[in-house]
Design a protein around this ligand. Structure first.
Ligand code: PLP
Length: 360
């Protein structure tokens, strides 16, 4: 099966095989890793290895800390303003899709979020990310929030904006770890793991230690980033099995050559698929403006809804699943996270060429 789901997504096979082999007997302990105490030696080694692998792969500087939280990216929509906003203070939101809108809505409970830019069209769809000169930033904002990749509309920031000295907070749920990034530019990065990183159930946060230390202290301890930072994500019982799987995925990333190699593969996959769309532009209509095209989620429509449905059904017969567009966007969506290989995309592209020939 070639899994093009938007998330939860496929995981690299070696990471799953390793989990299968160790499931009932973790390192000769006679128990599964999920049955070990989160304060025991066996689990602690997994936890530390996951953090150090990610630190190495991304070159995370000492100024920043990796946290493993729960509640998904959706909880981060609330937890960010809960920590950094208060009545009378504001934060700038760069609106590029439904996930930005959800993040913005949660901030209203704690302060006054501002829309610093929006690329919404009159029909409420988004087909691009903004240009730097469109941003109307407030230098007094508590932070600037953006969604680095818009899973649903298939747009992606390819250059992060300059937001002056204000901390930049990024929801990277659907493009974290597709290539290297300069972590030092961000006050806080968050991502639900279930696309490039692992299974659902764990949420990754990479945060500037000084920024999170300034977070509010009059909110429940469990929601303070500083609590989790001070306790190395072991304040409460973390999702140990999910973190173990993240460790396996990160070890796989390192084994194949790290983020430079993943970027190469991801760019090649995107070139192949957008190439097919452009080659048959009168049949596969991609609404996204060229400069904003996502390398992770590619959306397009066929000439009719009936053809969209036939495309999904025929592809499924050939072992390709997860191609139906999000219910609010319609059409086709191809998600090409790290577990999707260049070869998998070649298979899809041949299928597309054949589909046009026979049904176009
Ligand atoms: N942000 C983005 C960009 C997403 O793609 C998603 C889910 O697909 C979310 C947030 C919500 O994540 P979660 O389901 O982990 O709360």
């Amino acid at each position: 099966i070639i899994n093009f789901n938007a998330g939860p997504a496929g995981l690299p096979l070696p990471a799953l095989e390793r989990a299968r082999d160790e499931l009932l007997d973790f390192q000769g302990s006679g128990m599964s890793v999920m049955e070990h105490s989160h304060r025991g030696r066996e689990y602690e080694a997994v936890h530390e290895e996951a953090i150090s692998l990610l630190t190495r792969l991304l070159g995370i500087p000492d100024t920043h800390q990796v946290l493993f939280l729960t509640g998904g990216a959706s909880q981060q929509f609330a937890q960010v303003p809960m920590n950094f906003l208060s009545p009378g203070t504001s934060a700038d939101y760069l609106m590029t899709g439904v996930w930005s809108e959800k993040a913005f809505d949660e901030a209203k409970y704690y302060g006054t979020p501002r829309v610093a830019v929006s690329t919404a069209q009159p029909d409420k769809r988004y087909t691009r990310v903004p240009r730097q000169d469109e941003l109307r930033l407030d230098p007094n904002a508590a932070y600037v929030h953006l969604t680095s990749n818009n899973t649903l509309f298939g747009t992606q920031w390819h250059t992060f904006p300059d937001v002056g000295g204000v901390p930049l907070v990024a929801d990277m749920s659907s493009d974290f770890l597709w290539k290297g990034i300069d972590v030092s530019r961000f006050g806080l990065i968050y991502a639900g793991a279930q696309k490039n990183l692992g299974p659902s159930g764990v949420t990754l946060v990479v945060a500037d230690k000084a920024f999170i230390a300034r977070g509010r202290k009059d909110i429940p301890k469990i929601f303070r980033y500083s609590t989790h930072a001070e306790n190395n994500s072991l304040y409460n019982t973390p999702p140990t099995l999910a973190i173990y799987l993240v460790r396996n995925v990160l070890a796989w990333v390192e084994s194949v050559g790290g983020l430079a190699r993943l970027e190469e593969w991801n760019r090649e996959k995107a070139a192949l698929l957008y190439g097919a769309i452009d080659r048959h532009a009168d049949f596969f209509r991609g609404p996204v403006e060229r400069d904003s095209r996502s390398v992770m989620n590619v959306v397009f429509q066929l000439p009719s809804e009936a053809l969209d449905a036939a495309f999904v059904a025929d592809a499924k017969q050939q072992g390709m699943v997860g191609l139906k567009g999000h219910r609010t966007a319609g059409g086709i969506r191809v998600s090409m996270y790290n577990a999707v290989s260049v070869e998998n995309v070649r298979t899809l592209v041949s299928f597309m060429d054949h589909f046009v020939k026979t049904r176009g």
